[in-house]
Design a protein around this ligand. Structure first.
Ligand SMILES: [Zn+2]
Ligand SMILES: [Zn+2]
Length: 917
């Protein structure tokens, strides 16, 4: 029987559980939303963390998905292994089925067995299972799970084993949800053992000899771990399972390496085609092929989720992985850009299940191309420099590369430390890692001093998490945390749930103090999808007829942990206290300004696509009250005409006064209908789709959680105020609407009025008047030039009277007025024309600096005179130097006071030259 393809296996996993009442949930983005503790989504449970913590709910209790996962940093740093073995990846998929307080161990074990043996046909005798038994004998042995393995499956009883905390007890963190797990292992047979030659070796599960592979982990979440060490049974028990897709597929397809599955082979073949290797050569260079295949997948998915190559955080990882692949490509002999071709294959293979790759195809490919081009410009120099560095270190009898030099390689030549480490290890060198980190830290300190952003520290985050759990336990906040509805009212009556400063509960505070207020429901918008947070006031609700006794001015809203919204601001009067009735009101005018800019951003994106083409993709956005900023992909700057057309189209859409309406839809349906998905938005099971224009023929439809005007006419008008380039292939437009547009136009009109007033004409005649002035100016300049010429000519005629012969040679040495050195030279020509033979030295002072020109006719040069010698000698007297040819030379200097004396010496220097010959 032909093995199933990767796509078929993935689909059959989803279908199997869908048939058993599970909702198929899309993979969350690789960029975790609202979880600042994570660099990348690194497990299937990330997107359900709030459910396990008891702070969030879903409209379903059973779910199944395949989750995009990246593991390159922190404790899951597999990068060094990637490519060198057959199982490690930076990017991979994690298949999982989930129960939120619904089914439990019995079903989880039975279904896993059914899927593996009946659906996928794995040999029953090769499956082993482990269940939890505490080696410290403190926690309960999971006899339930063992019992279900024996009653629900046909597994050979001796193949159900006990294992301890390291393998079979799962914890999300030091505190919080946890529980035992049951791992499923597959026996690849004795020949897969790499320790066959070790005397006394015994193959066993968890024995690390390659024979047994863990393929699926079923986690039974049943306790809540308290800080004091107490394990409290949870009222709702959950199932969280995870199966590494690539590893599972290798077993189902009967190959001994993940890279030999059909998830990777097409990528390796594509590279092989470009390199021109035969199969043996591919084997020989397998590490490079694996690295390129793995990294191409990672980079494609990262950029697809909006992570652009950069110098910090996620951006750095994206850049580093792409560059690492390029360096391995160079090892294979690829010197031209090649990564876009590999990425194209990734999109072809994976786009079916991950539509974001298809939707952002051209953006992904362009971004890769630009970064690869940039790196190729410095790669060779960087590698040469690294070679030289290794030679130097070896010469000094050492094997460790200094950390500051390794940092220099990155800082100057863009060679990430991961690449330097790869190369160093190949040549048996090591890196001074501590020194490198120090150099990096030093640079970061400088960057911070320059005002860069600093992430909230972990301790503070833990405090906020504690506040949230406490409020939920006491029933002050519901499962979702603070209820947010920024769409309906701009003011709500509520009560104070918590009064905080940096996460600490505060009682004593007064006017002027900073405060973070928590209220159970809010109409404030919290920054998301580029739209900035609302500002406003929160005021005590007074007894009738009395003044409110406290007021807080809110200048920002933040969400440090999912579900906890902080209204951050300053106490203006009184003392807000927990339990006080309060009214929270958003600044209406500012909110309207923001809404105008947000809706206009949607119109702008649509218009850009109409005018420039469908390759235009959003690359970033800021929606603020005073202006909007929109970054998008497009190779060239927009011409004036293109900008005018875009502006015109947006303003037409405003004048059409389209209706703006939002609706909730399942994510997949929305994407299938071609709704544009924007970066940085949170896509749950159902999404908010914003439509501008009539339902049957909308002007634009986009996923959006922002706040908008109700009709486009409210926007008033739209003006682009600037266009710039912010990276290869990415343009930025800034624009204003509404009051901002009125101010902008007023300011411009005022400028025109003022200039017209200064010129004494009505504004309508301004252009004509400026043209006229320009002509007058040109004429005046011409006249000045003519006058200068005439004055110079007169001076020349005067000087002819002063000619002094020196040894029969006519000599002129004089100070004249001249606008530049060219004019000086021209004047010496006049002497030469008139006198035919002689030495002419002219000097002038221009802008405070002296200059000299000496001209000697050829017959006098024959007699031993030399213009260069003359200007050098005179140049010293004006604090400078000069040069040229024997017939014509010039000098400049800094000492204008020396000029007259220098000129007076010209005759004597000439005399010395004539005598000396
Ligand atoms: Zn073994
Ligand atoms: Zn939007």
């Amino acid at each position: 029987m032909k093995p199933m393809t990767g796509a078929e296996v993935r689909q059959s996993f989803l279908d199997f559980f869908a048939e058993r009442g599970h909702t198929i949930v899309p993979s969350a983005s690789l960029v975790p939303t609202r979880d600042p503790t994570l660099l990348f989504t690194n497990a299937g449970m990330n997107q359900f963390k709030d459910v396990f913590l008891g702070v969030g709910t879903r409209p379903y209790t059973r779910a199944v998905d395949t989750q995009k996962v990246m593991r390159v940093s922190g404790k899951h740093n597999d990068l060094d292994d990637v490519g060198r073995d057959t199982t490690h990846h930076t990017f991979f998929e994690m298949l999982g089925n989930w129960s939120f307080g619904d089914y439990y161990k019995q079903e989880a074990i039975r279904w896993a067995w059914e899927l593996l043996t009946e659906e996928w046909g794995l040999d029953k005798d090769r499956i082993w299972a482990t269940v939890f038994k505490d080696e410290q004998a403190e926690l309960e042995t999971d006899e339930d799970a063992k019992g279900f393995w024996l009653s629900e499956t046909e597994i050979p009883p001796e193949q159900v084993l006990y294992a301890g905390r390291k393998f079979n007890f799962w914890q999300m963190a030091d505190t919080g949800p946890c529980g035992p797990c049951s791992e499923i292992h597959y026996d690849r047979g004795p020949s897969a053992c790499v320790c066959q030659d070790d005397p006394g070796h015994e193959c066993r599960v968890n024995g690390d000899c390659g024979r047994f592979t863990e393929i699926w982990n079923l986690v039974f979440i049943q306790y809540n771990q308290h800080e004091d060490g107490d394990l409290e049974p949870l009222p709702d028990k959950h199932i969280d399972t995870g199966a590494g897709f690539e590893r599972l597929l290798a077993i189902l397809q009967g190959v001994d390496s993940n890279y030999k599955t059909d998830l990777f082979m097409p990528l390796i073949r594509r590279v092989q085609g470009m390199v021109g290797h035969d199969d043996d050569q591919v084997e020989e260079h397998m590490v490079a092929y694996r690295v390129i295949a793995d990294h191409a997948r990672a980079v494609t998915f990262l950029i697809g989720d909006g992570v652009l190559p950069g110098s910090e955080g996620r951006g750095y990882v994206c850049r580093m992985i792409l560059r690492r692949a390029v360096r391995f490509g160079r090892e294979l002999g690829l010197s031209d850009p090649f990564m876009t071709e590999v990425a194209e294959t990734v999109i072809e293979m994976m786009g079916h299940h991950f539509p974001e790759l298809v939707n952002r195809r051209s953006f992904i490919l362009k971004t890769i191309k630009a970064e690869e081009d940039r790196f190729l410009r410095t790669l060779d120099v960087g590698l040469e420099r690294l070679d030289a560095l290794m030679a130097e270190v070896e010469e000094a009898g050492k094997r460790e590369l200094p950390g500051d030099q390794v940092f220099q390689l990155y800082d100057t030549f863009g060679l990430p430390v991961e690449i330097t480490r790869d190369v160093a290890e190949e040549y048996d060198f090591s890196i001074d890692e501590a020194g490198y980190r120090e150099a990096l830290e030093e640079q970061r300190r400088r960057a911070r001093a320059a005002g860069a952003f600093e992430m909230d520290d972990e301790e503070a985050l833990a405090r906020y998490q504690g506040v949230l759990l406490d409020l939920q336990e006491r029933g002050v906040l519901g499962d979702h945390g603070v209820e947010q509805d920024p769409y309906r009212a701009l003011s709500v009556e509520t009560q104070i749930a918590a009064v905080l400063q940096k996460g600490h509960q505060i009682r004593e505070l007064g006017p002027g103090d900073e405060v973070e207020l928590v209220i159970p429901d809010t109409c404030f918008y919290v920054e998301s999808g580029g739209q900035v947070s609302d500002t406003g006031v929160i005021t005590a609700v007074p007894k009738s007829g009395e003044e409110p006794d406290w007021q807080v001015r809110v200048r920002d809203v933040r969400e440090p942990v999912a579900g906890l919204l902080l209204h951050v601001g300053e106490v203006e009067k009184g003392t807000p206290a927990v339990g006080d009735r309060a009214r929270a009101s958003v600044h209406r005018g500012r909110r309207m300004d923001i809404a105008r800019n947000h809706t206009a951003t949607h119109l702008l994106q649509r218009a850009l696509r109409h005018v420039l083409g469908d390759h235009v993709q959003q690359a970033g956005s800021l929606v603020a009250p005073l202006r909007l900023r929109f970054d998008f992909t497009h190779p060239d700057m927009l011409t004036r005409e293109e900008l005018d057309r875009v502006t015109h189209e947006v303003n037409e859409a405003i004048l059409a006064n389209y209706e703006v309406a939002s609706s909730e839809q399942p994510y997949r349906q929305a994407v299938q209908q071609g709704v544009i998905a924007l970066f940085g938005e949170k896509y749950g099971e159902s999404v908010r789709v914003l439509r501008v224009g009539p339902g049957d023929r909308p002007f634009s439809r986009e996923l959006c959680g922002g706040t908008h005007v109700e009709e486009t006419g409210t926007i008033g008008s739209f003006h682009v105020i600037s266009q710039e380039s912010v990276g290869a292939g990415i343009r930025r437009i800034e624009a204003v609407t509404g009051r901002g547009a009125i101010d902008y136009v007023e300011e411009r009109l005022d400028l025109i009025r003022r200039v017209a007033g200064q010129l004494g004409v009505p504004p309508s005649d301004l252009a004509q008047r400026v043209e006229h002035l320009q002509e007058e100016l040109d004429g005046a300049e011409k006249e000045i030039h003519q006058l200068e010429q005439r004055l110079a000519r007169e001076a020349f005629e005067d000087l002819l009277g002063d000619v002094e012969p020196v040894d029969g040679v006519a000599v002129v040495a004089a100070r004249v007025e001249a606008p530049n050195v060219d004019a000086l030279r021209e004047m010496t020509d006049w002497f030469r024309d008139r006198l035919e033979s002689g030495v002419f030295v002219l000097g002038t002072v221009m802008d405070g600096r002296p200059a000299l020109v000496a001209s000697v006719t050829p017959d006098v040069v024959e007699r031993g005179a030399d213009a260069v010698g003359i200007v050098r000698a005179l140049g010293r007297m004006i604090g400078g130097g000069g040069g040229g040819r024997p017939t014509m030379a010039q000098a400049g200097g800094s000492n204008a006071d020396g000029l007259d004396e220098a000129l007076s010496k010209a005759a004597r220097i000439l005399q010395e030259q004539l005598e000396g010959s």
